[in-house]
Design a protein around this ligand. Structure first.
Ligand SMILES: [Zn+2]
Length: 845
């Protein structure tokens, strides 16, 4: 799964359809004693009368994740479903074939939340006793079933799922999609909902006429009868329930092909003309990943279905990835970010996640770390090593940020809901940075041989970190016990303080490396890792590899003369914080001659070094930054130079920024320059530049940065000008340019923007992304405004998940007693872990 926009601010929240009845369904038939039912009602945690400050009593305790404990193995599901979009309802039958793992199996327990079970029958058509409570369907078999003999059960059920299966695209809905990860498959069908339970599946669908469907595996039958559409899908490859998938609706389809494999792309018709341009990387990605893993793409087809109102960015459903339509961008959206990394990430999951699945959610780094690293390896393949090094530098920084906030090992299972484990920096960025480090330790040949061995040996299986270790050890011949102990199973990361001096008499560089991280229980006192060091001596630049094995180490490196620079970890292999003491002249040399990671580091260092300098020395720093901004080959370095110049200030900085803001070829650099100009000092010239950036509309991020610059530079006229821009344009499919202009409108107009924001936030016909931005901005204005707080509270009834999640965050931000009362009243009915965690945090503080 990928979160939308890959930024925590836009982190997806589950969709919830607020039903009139919020209590969990309890169903009882025949011989189940009534007393049992009553007990289960008392324990089920429905809405309580007196929430008040005691609302947190409802917070489930942290739990550790357990391996699946079961006395049967599901072999096959057949889901026969009729979709009723008008009532947002499903009805149908789930047939389950399973094999007892014990002698004399009497009871079958399946996961199922809230939906109503009408009957359960065995293969002979005999009604069986069952009870449905505590999110479990407990079925009593007629006679004890012998070990190993198939048991078939047929469960008639139906209802309006509050998650797991979503109706989308407006009112009435135009399409439907499912989202099972981590524990939401049980919200749309009865199943053994654990990542280590794999079964084959069939979907038999009864759809409104004019709808089409996308599901796992192959479409084996499709016909129209009496104004309804009937589709039958079958998936031969056993897979966990969370990867079961259904997308159906009024969808356009584009077909393609990769080496004989059918590719299909689906989207609501309004987005259809963007499918080919936005998802063009798909076939090359499948070829790349097949080579990387040593195993051809493993399923009968690969579909990508794009849906509206998707709570995440993408989800790797087996053989049929689901993406949010946010991936389908027009030119100005593509200029900010294309969908390639998302496409590669989800395609990579077809191997890492679907073919090999983490055995439980504490090991989910094996899914997400690999998918994230494959995205970076794609960057290396298509854009070269400089882009790759910078991407890994960002990835490692994201991990370090997360681990500094809350240190924990990669393998970790304490949570309230498994999805809570995903987005703290450890699973995606931390996982990718560990694989990157392993590649550094083993070298390319052994590492990639290890990847192929890991895939080859574990295809179709559940995996844990020890499986990866075993494959890598066999491929490399190295003992990796300590590596996995330190980097996968222990919390924390090293802080490396690196300094050097030159001993001219002995012609040696004396390099000190100090592992300076705090000594915290559980965190290794000494992390072992190879450290690459770059020395620039005269005209030559050379590398030396050192092995770090101590808390404080001194290395002597031969050098005929004093190096111009000595740079530790110049290509960014290590998931470590690095602190180097250098003077400005060394950073100037690095800025001029080192690789992209070093040059970017030098931008940050020069801005802070310059602050302590005066006269020519300070000017030299400013000139180096300006020269990088004007001419560095990497946009990431140019953008960092722009930010550094913003901190440095002065006439030279202003000139350089003005020039980059209109002239740089890369929108992200223009954005950095426009933002930095607000710090350097604003006036009429700068305001004019902001206005032309908005009107030129090179990309939506440029529009947003230009608009904010206008708001800052012209506090008097900006609001009216921005209002005029909003009125003059129609919001497109993703609510642009409005979504980019609203933050600036709030900057300029403050509370006067309230009516405009509220109109967008409440408009049922506006696109969800625009409404989300409007709600997010309202969060800044809502404290102490009971009417506004109440309006945000009403949005909690929306069936748009991201809108509702943003309303929760806006109320959390408002933070006044009215907002808290609304959140407290909402909490017991809330089924989104993200919303629940946000409310818990707000109320605990
Ligand atoms: Zn993912």
């Amino acid at each position: 799964v990928v979160k939308p926009g890959q930024s925590s601010a836009e982190l997806g929240t589950g969709f919830v359809r607020i039903c009139a009845v919020l209590e969990p369904n309890k169903t009882m038939r025949r011989s189940i004693p009534l007393i049992l039912l009553c007990l289960s009602v008392a324990c089920a945690g429905g809405p309580k009368e007196h929430l008040g400050p005691g609302v947190l009593d409802d917070v489930p305790p942290l739990r550790g994740l357990q391996p699946l404990a079961t006395d049967f193995d599901v072999e096959h599901y057949v889901l026969e479903l009729r979709l009723d979009p008008g009532r947002r309802r499903i009805d149908g039958t789930c047939r389950v074939r399973l094999f007892p793992l014990v002698e004399g199996l009497r009871t079958v327990n399946l996961d199922l939340v809230e939906l109503e079970v009408e009957s359960v029958q065995n293969a002979a058509g005999t009604d069986l006793d069952f009870a449905h409570f505590d999110d479990r369907l407990r079925i009593e078999l007629e006679t004890p079933a012998p070990r190993g003999r198939a048991v078939e059960l047929s469960i008639r059920y139906g209802g309006s799922p509050r998650k797991g299966l979503w109706f989308a695209g407006g009112d009435p809905p135009t399409h439907v999609f499912t989202q099972g990860e981590c524990e939401d498959a049980r919200w749309w069908f009865p199943c053994q909902d654990h990542p280590s339970e794999r079964a084959t599946s069939e979907l038999i669908l009864d759809l409104p006429a004019g709808w089409s469907s996308v599901a796992a595996g192959e479409l084996i039958e499709s016909r129209e009868v009496d104004g309804r559409r009937f589709d039958r899908w079958r998936m031969h490859a056993p897979h966990p329930a969370y990867l079961e998938t259904l997308v159906a609706g009024e969808l356009s389809e584009v077909r393609g092909e990769w080496e004989g494999l059918p590719l299909t792309f689906h989207a609501p018709p309004a987005f259809a003309d963007r499918l080919e341009s936005s998802l063009a990387a798909t076939d090359d990605a499948l070829g790349f990943l097949s080579r990387l893993t040593g195993r051809r793409y493993p399923y009968a087809k690969y579909a990508t279905a794009c849906v509206q109102n998707f709570p995440f960015g993408g989800m790797e459903n087996i053989s049929a990835t689901t993406l949010g339509v946010a991936a389908l961008r027009e030119a100005r959206g593509l200029a900010d970010r294309d969908a390639d990394s998302l496409v590669v990430h989800e395609a990579a999951h077809q191997w890492f996640g679907d073919l090999l699945t983490c055995a439980d959610w504490s090991e989910v780094w094996l899914n997400e770390g690999f998918a994230t690293y494959c995205g970076q390896l794609w960057t290396e393949e298509t854009e070269g090593s400089e882009a790759f090094q910078l991407a890994m530098d960002d990835t490692i920084e994201a991990y370090l940020h997360g681990d500094s906030e809350s240190p924990r090992p990669l393998v970790y299972g304490r949570c309230r809901a498994p999805i809570d484990l995903f987005f703290g920096g450890h699973v995606y960025a931390g996982g990718a940075s560990r694989l990157h480090l392993l590649r550094h330790v083993l070298g390319d040949q052994a590492f990639f041989a290890g990847v192929r061995r890991y895939v080859g040996e574990n295809a179709g299986r559940s995996v844990v970190s020890a499986d990866l270790r075993a494959a890598m050890e066999r491929a490399s011949g190295q003992d990796l016990e300590l590596f996995f102990e330190q980097w996968v199973l222990s919390p924390g990361h090293p802080q490396l303080d690196v300094s050097w001096t030159y001993d001219s008499e002995r012609a040696r560089v004396l390099l000190t490396v100090n592992q300076a991280h705090d000594l915290t229980p559980g965190v290794p006192e000494v992390f072992e890792m190879p450290l690459e060091v770059e020395l620039a001596v005269g005209d030559t630049v050379r590398r030396q590899r050192l092995e770090l094995t101590g808390r404080r180490e001194l290395f002597e490196l031969l050098a005929d003369e004093a190096p111009r620079w000595v740079l530790a970890d110049p290509d960014r292999w290590l998931p470590a914080r690095l602190r180097s003491r250098k003077d400005a002249s060394e950073w100037l040399a690095i800025a001029e001659g080192a690789g992209p990671v070093g040059r970017r580091r030098a931008m940050i260092a020069l801005a802070s070094a310059a602050r302590a300098l005066k006269g020519e020395a300070r000017a030299a720093c400013g000139e180096a930054l300006a020269s990088r901004l004007a001419g560095d080959g990497r946009p990431e370095v140019r953008a960092e130079a722009a930010r550094a110049l913003g901190r440095l200030g002065g006439k030279l900085a202003r000139e350089a920024l003005l020039s980059a803001a209109v002239g740089d070829a890369t929108p992200a650099v223009r954005v950095a320059a426009l933002e930095a100009l607000t710090a350097v000092g604003v006036d009429a010239e700068v305001a004019e530049l902001g206005r032309s950036a908005v009107q030129e509309s090179l990309s939506w991020n440029v529009v947003a940065a230009g608009a904010r610059l206008v708001a800052r530079a012209e506090p008097d006229g900006a609001a009216a000008w921005l209002e005029a821009q909003l009125s003059a344009s129609d919001p497109g499919l993703h609510g642009q340019p409005h979504a980019s202009l609203l933050p600036a409108l709030v900057d300029a107009a403050g509370i006067k923007a309230r009516a405009r924001l509220l109109a967008f936030a409440q408009d049922p016909l506006a696109s969800e992304p625009l409404r989300v931005v409007a709600v997010s901005q309202l969060g800044h204005l809502a404290a102490g405004d009971p009417e506004l707080v109440a309006a945000l509270g009403r949005l909690l009834r929306s069936n748009l998940g991201r809108l509702r999640g943003e309303a929760v965050r806006a109320l959390v931000r408002a933070g006044d007693p009215d907002a808290h009362r609304i959140l407290i009243a909402y909490y017991p009915s809330c089924v989104s872990p993200f919303e629940r965690r946000a409310i818990e945090q707000a109320l605990q503080h």
